[in-house]
Ligand binder design. Structure first.
Ligand code: ATP
Ligand code: MG
Length: 683
């Protein structure tokens, strides 16, 4: 995720990858018990929440119980106290998983932009809403709630003048400049669903998404900057729209001021915006009107245009921001994701702003100009909550913790993680070196499709275990299912696939233009449940552990082994920086384990070291998990959002490097070329 390359929740596309499970295609079930790795069993049993709220867990349990037993009261009260309505709703919830006709707060009318800005003006006009830290350290822009309203309204009025109407799809291909958030909010104000495409995608990937959404409008900037490098965004858009006939106008915002060629469809926004009136009325939207679509990361296949509606999404992201991170008046909330991913939508823009918080937007990378950049940002802005991804934490770990002590991080209270399972070793590093043992570590499990956090600890409330995402949020009723039979596995110390038993407000309502795919991927595999696609373990204390995607689970001699588990055992070794584990066919065991590892600087690959790593896995998990092959590599193939693309590693390990499928979303294709050569020599 350049930083973003190092970060956030996921994305890209991989055409040609088949849609996952129909009932007949359920993952095979292997009855052998999953033995959790020793580092999980030996982990300090539980960390109590720092600065614990008195009776916090009791209150959480009571509220969670109410949210399931009296959902209409719980969510109805929450919606009326959290959101401002133009018209009150008639019904709290309706519809279900059978046909995917879920709807929340029907009859209600509101506007998401009004809720994120206008409603706060009486109390917060002069408070900073968006605190932007530019690519160069210390280049800071502060936008108050009052300023934000003016900027959003100017943008919305310009869009109106250009012809944007309620219901039109607007694509954004923007760097992490404040105008990205401004444009999203302007879309929301006009009721024009946005489709943000991460500004690291190729012209081709962008074109596919523009065409899929039949978008007439595309926002971009002249250029972008990230990690000291220039991104030539306008020229990528030029290529993307060449044969995207649906596009009527490209709205070009000035970011670096570079001279870029302007064509017939291009509009120079810097000329238009100053003429615009700084107030624009809000469109009245129904609760179930689309707020946005967002294409998922493509870790597992062709990207889906996940569709979110207005009221439920806004309510749920607002509530999760508040409870996961323990928001307080005066906080500076920093989610260092990119707005191109769901994490940026929910926890940079909508969640923090609906709460009236100060949201930090970070344009750079954790490594620019050096690996102390995050901590420099925390120190200068006195950040109170910091939210990043395991891939960034692992990258920083491999540089050593020394640099952290140059900075004053005493403002921090909560440290969040999202995107992948966090290895216990990385969790502990984050806790000790960044949090100094005083911050609450919140490992938040969720998906583009869930809109907001579904499994998570609540700040200052929930005890934590390194590597576990702990418990469900309000209204979430998790179930562990036997992958084969679809039956619910009850009790503790069990494993299976993670599913949810009832809809919650921010559940995605469909895959844009393809409701059948929505049903087939999420609601049909296990009738009556929302299927996450992730494996999980509920331990003897009822804590949930995500073991990786079901597609990635290994079956070695009848033992089910989660990729996350083996990877965590490898990362525990001082020489290993990152690890990715996949299976490959073995005539005796069915599947054998192949591990791809990157080394911490100062260590080099040697036969002795590789032997040590094999031993490491065998001791930490069990001899049955002994890897059949370990491949050292300078890097792992990742999506542009920083997630490991195991499906590519699997193909390489299976000796099918000629059938890698769509690799256009790889952040660095040269890594794959190197690996194919190396694996071919080993196989
Ligand atoms: P696609 O659906 O296109 O394959 P993706 O699943 O990577 O892409 P996202 O919605 O960004 O797209 O990611 C959600 C997935 O990320 C989850 O299903 C899970 O596998 C993983 N994930 C996210 N947060 C966590 C977490 N805290 N712990 C474990 N896994 C997580
Ligand atoms: Mg997914």
């Amino acid at each position: 995720m350049r930083f973003a390359r190092l970060l956030v929740i996921g994305l890209p596309l991989s055409a040609g990858f088949s849609v996952r499970p129909l009932v007949s295609k359920r993952p095979p079930y292997h009855p052998a018990p999953l033995s959790m790795s020793e580092q999980q069993q030996d982990a300090p049993k539980t960390y109590p929440p720092p600065n614990a709220v008195p009776d916090g867990m009791k209150t959480y349990e009571a509220m969670h119980k109410q949210s399931l037993e009296e959902p209409d009261t719980f969510w109805g009260d929450a919606a009326r106290s959290t959101l401002k309505w133009f018209r009150d709703f008639d019904r709290v919830s309706q519809g279900g998983f059978d046909t995917g006709d879920v709807a929340w707060f029907t009859g209600g009318q509101l506007n998401a932009c009004y809720n994120c800005i206008d409603q706060h003006l009486p109390q917060r006009a002069k408070q900073v809403a968006i605190l932007h830290e530019g690519d160069e350290p210390g280049v800071v822009t502060k936008i108050t709630y009052e300023d934000l309203l003016g900027q959003v309204c100017r943008m919305a009025n310009a869009m109106k003048e250009l012809g944007v109407k309620k219901g039109d799809f607007v694509t954004l291909y923007m760097p992490m400049v404040p105008e990205a958030a401004v444009a999203m909010l302007a879309c929301a104000r006009l009721g024009a669903p946005h489709s943000v495409v991460f500004a690291g995608f190729s012209a081709e990937a962008l074109r596919d998404r523009i065409v899929d959404a039949n978008s007439k409008w595309v926002f971009t900037t002249d250029e972008g900057r990230r990690g000291g490098k220039t991104l030539h965004l306008k020229s990528i858009v030029d290529k993307a729209v060449e044969d995207a006939d649906c596009v009527e106008k490209v709205l070009v915002i000035t970011a670096t001021g570079a001279k870029v060629p302007m064509g017939k469809r291009d509009v120079q926004m810097s000329e238009m915006l100053p003429r615009m009136r700084p107030y624009c009325p809000c469109e009245t939207m129904d609760s179930e009107d689309l707020l946005f679509i967002l294409y998922t990361s493509g870790s597992t296949g062709r990207p889906k245009g996940v569709a979110h509606t207005t009221a439920g999404y806004l309510l749920y992201t607002g509530m999760t921001t508040k409870h996961a991170f323990g928001l307080e008046e005066g906080d500076v909330f920093a989610c260092v994701a990119d707005v191109g991913w769901i994490t940026g939508h929910s926890y940079i823009v909508y969640g923090p702003l609906v709460n009236g918080a100060t949201s930090l937007m970070f344009e750079s990378t954790p490594m620019y100009p050096n690996h102390g950049r995050y901590w420099d940002v925390v120190q200068r802005h006195k950040v109170t909550q910091f939210y990043t991804a395991p891939t960034a934490i692992r990258a920083l770990m491999s540089c050593g913790p020394e640099i952290i002590s140059d900075y004053d991080l005493s403002s921090l209270r909560v440290l969040g993680s999202v995107g992948e399972p966090i290895n216990p070793e990385a969790w502990r590093w984050y806790n000790e070196h960044v949090g100094k043992g005083k911050c609450h570590i919140v490992d938040t499990f969720w998906q583009t499709e869930t809109g907001g956090h579904v499994m998570l600890p609540l700040a200052n409330v929930t005890p934590t275990k390194p590597g576990s995402c702990s418990f469900p949020f309000f209204g979430i009723e998790p179930a562990v299912l036997n992958a084969q039979t679809g039956e619910e596995v009850t009790g503790n110390d069990v494993e299976g696939v993670l599913a949810f038993k009832r809809p919650w407000p921010s559940l995605a309502r469909t895959v844009y233009g393809d409701h059948k795919r929505y049903m087939d991927v999420y609601l049909n595999p296990y009738k009556g449940y929302y299927f996450t696609g992730d494996g999980c373990h509920r331990d003897s204390d009822g804590f949930y552990w995500i073991t990786g995607r079901v597609d990635d689970v290994l079956n070695v001699s009848g033992h089910r082994i989660g990729t996350a588990e083996v990877e965590s055992a490898l990362v525990l070794h001082p020489a290993v920086s990152e690890a990715a584990v996949v299976g490959f066919p073995d005539p005796i065991k069915g599947q054998a384990i192949c591990c791809y590892v990157t080394f911490v600087s100062g260590y080099t690959e040697s036969p002795e070291l590789l032997k040590e790593l094999v031993k490491q896995v065998a001791t930490h998990i069990g001899p049955f998990a002994r890897p059949g092959m370990i491949v050292g590599t300078p890097g792992l193939p990742k999506t542009r959002s920083g997630k490991i693309m195991r499906r590519i590693l699997r193909k390489i390990a299976e000796g099918e490097a000629d059938k890698l499928g769509d690799t256009s979303t790889l952040a660095d294709p040269s890594i794959v070329e190197g690996l194919v050569e190396k694996a071919n020599a080993l196989l």
